[in-house]
Design a protein around this ligand. Structure first.
Ligand code: NAI
Length: 333
């Protein structure tokens, strides 16, 4: 098989290199885009991370693509319906960093609750004053977890350690799990009304698109803290900007933003407005949030630890090998 892997960093080369024993292998630093897809039209297998956008106009440039091995859990960057129609298998890495992402959730939350970013900025400038740095305890606060799957469950375990009261909402509640992890399921509206801190762990799909918007913010407690490490599209970003402006949301910790690959580079704002028709208001809201002191944004690095990336590489290679052997694993479509 001809395997083309995009977005490959130096540390991945050796591990992926072993695939060249049995296959033709091309490892590229670049993202897969509509502009370069044609150059690799004869690939049987492609592997990307999430910053390549595998939409239909990219995928239809491949002549006989058989497998997409995404090096991520989420597969919302892939045109799943098109793959279904064309018989292209999609494999993901279902569980490489549940605790990794859960730890990042608390990294963001503690940074907010103890004003760590502002405090560290000040001491670097030689300013040791406490003015404006008063935080709040996590102990005794109610944490609302939306999506009690693999990552949500790790978050709940950590929250228990902090002495938080946990409530959960999931389209597929698991009462056994709730008992084992000592939390209660509630209806979405109750969860919104009761939570001091809300954290999102649902996949991005058409059902979760703008799951948190003006109506949901209206139902939340005054001064709620929102943490989003799921996907940018789950939160209506303009609604979040409004909720932050009127004080409904006291602070937000975001590892993900809508139109993330675009927002990563300032110059792309104009480029995308004129050439790719991204929603300018969404991009602007993202840029506004980047500058607010009560919003902490990380560049989608919740998963990015030594241990987790090792597991991603290992599973992706296993996915490709299993597919080549006719026994595909971790298939999502
Ligand atoms: P999972 O599949 O184990 O859990 C997702 C849970 O959400 C399931 O329990 C499901 O029933 C529930 N759910 C689905 N639709 C829902 C809805 N409309 N309302 C309420 N609950 C709903 O997924 P996992 O591994 O916990 O990951 C969750 C998401 O986290 C991924 O889909 C991915 O987008 C994101 N992620 C982010 C990373 C980062 O670096 N920031 C890294 C890894 C994953």
């Amino acid at each position: 098989m001809k395997i083309v892997a995009f977005e490959i960093e130096a540390w991945e080369r050796d591990a992926f290199g072993e695939l060249s024993d049995d296959h033709t292998l091309i490892l590229l630093e670049t993202k897969l885009t509509a502009a370069n897809a044609k150059d690799y039209a004869d690939a049987d297998v492609i592997s990307t991370f999430i910053f390549s956008n595998l939409d239909q106009n990219v995928l239809e440039q491949f002549d006989d693509l058989k497998l997409i091995a995404t090096r991520s859990t989420g597969f919302d960057h892939i045109a799943v319906d098109y793959c279904q129609e064309k018989g292209i298998t999609i494999c993901n890495v279902p569980s490489y960093g549940d605790s990794t992402v859960a730890e990042h959730v608390f990294g963001l939350l503690l940074a907010i609750s103890h004003n760590i970013v502002e405090a560290a900025d000040r001491t670097r400038r030689g300013d040791f004053s406490l003015t404006g740095l008063r935080g709040f305890d996590l102990q005794g606060k109610t944490l609302g977890v939306i999506g009690t799957g693999s990552i949500g469950q790790c978050v709940i375990k950590i929250a228990n350690g902090f002495g938080m009261k946990v409530i959960g909402y999931d389209v597929q509640p698991d009462e056994k799990l709730a008992k084992a992890l000592d939390f209660e399921y509630t209806e979405m509206d109750d969860l919104l009304a009761q939570s001091d801190v809300l954290t999102l762990h649902v996949p991005a799909n058409r059902h979760t698109y703008h799951l948190i918007s003006d109506d949901e913010f209206a139902k939340m407690k005054e001064g709620v803290v929102l943490i989003n490490t799921a996907r940018g599209s789950v939160v209506h970003i303009q609604a979040l900007a409004r909720a932050l402006a009127d004080g409904k949301v006291a602070a937000a910790g975001l590892d993900v933003l809508p139109d993330e690959p675009t927002i990563r580079e300032e110059y792309e704002l104009l480029h995308s407005f004129f050439r790719e028709k991204h929603d300018l208001e969404t991009l602007l809201a993202g840029h506004i949030l980047l500058r607010l002191r009560n919003v902490i944004i990380t560049p989608h690095n919740a998963f990015y630890t030594q241990e987790a990336i090792g597991r991603i590489t290992e599973t992706t290679i296993m996915n490709i090998r299993a597919f080549a052997a006719g026994e595909a694993i971790n298939v999502v479509n």
